[in-house]
Each structure stands twice: as C-alpha cells, then as structure tokens.
Design a protein around this ligand. Structure first.
Ligand code: AMP
Ligand code: ZN
Length: 113
C-alpha cells in the first residue's frame, strides 16, 4: 500500500483529525492554502478521483458531502467556504485518492468559475 491518504486513514502517517465516521475521514492539510484547509476523504480507496466515480461508489461522495456540511457547522463556517476537488494531471491532482479540499476562514480569492 503506497497511497499516503490510505496510510493516514490507517494511522501509519500522523494527521490532525477533524472528523471521522464509518465512511469518511477529515484532517488538516499539511500545506494550508487558507486559514482553514481541511481534506475530506472516503476511508476506502475505491476511486482515485472524480474521474472514477460511478453508481457503484458514489455513496462515498455523498458521505463526504454530508461530512463537509457537518464540519462546516462544527468549524463555524456560517460566512461561507469553498469545496474543491482536483482530478488528474491537468487538474493539479497530486494525491491519487479521492479528496475534497474545504477552504475557509477568510474572503477567498478570485473565483475560477
Ligand atoms: P491535490 O493536490 O488536490 O491532490 O491535494 C493533495 C493535498 O494533500 C495537498 O493540498 C497537500 O498539501 C496535502 N497533503 C499531502 N500530504 C499530506 C499529509 N501528510 N498530511 C496532510 N495533508 C497532506
Ligand atoms: Zn488511498
């Protein structure tokens, strides 16, 4: 097993846990791009990115977004936040285990979309 996010889920690599349930693990990004930068991942590595999402595994995407809503409330993000997922080389993905960046804590920069 070489995936660093799988190693974070198993505890082989330490992380600053923010949230955990049966399907989802969330932790602070090691190189934060905003005052609050949390990574939300499915515990099971069933897809590398959104590119691999299909009807057999999309329940994990739903679980991640349910977790994001809970974390947003727990972290007091009533003023707003942004969720980003990078997919593949052109998308800037560096870790090939599906993950969602939750960014908040300031007025975020110019939108791309
Ligand atoms: P991406 O570039 O979209 O694939 O996002 C990968 C993210 O994982 C980057 O924001 C990294 O800073 C973050 N990251 C890499 N290794 C670790 C780690 N050991 N603990 C926490 N975050 C990490
Ligand atoms: Zn993994």
């Amino acid at each position: 097993m070489s995936c660093i996010f799988c190693k974070i889920v198993s505890g082989d690599i330490p992380s600053k846990k923010v949230y955990e349930d049966e399907k989802v693990y969330a932790f602070r990004d090691i190189n934060p791009q905003a005052p609050i930068h949390i990574l939300v991942i499915p515990k099971e590595h069933r897809m590398d990115s959104v590119f691999n999402v299909d009807e057999s595994n999309s329940e994990l995407v739903a679980a991640c977004f349910e977790a994001i809503a809970k974390i947003a409330k727990k972290e007091g993000l009533e003023n707003g936040f942004r969720v980003i997922t990078n997919s593949g080389a052109d998308g800037g993905q560096t870790v090939n285990h599906l993950h969602f960046h939750l960014l908040a804590g300031k007025k975020l920069g110019e939108k791309m979309v």
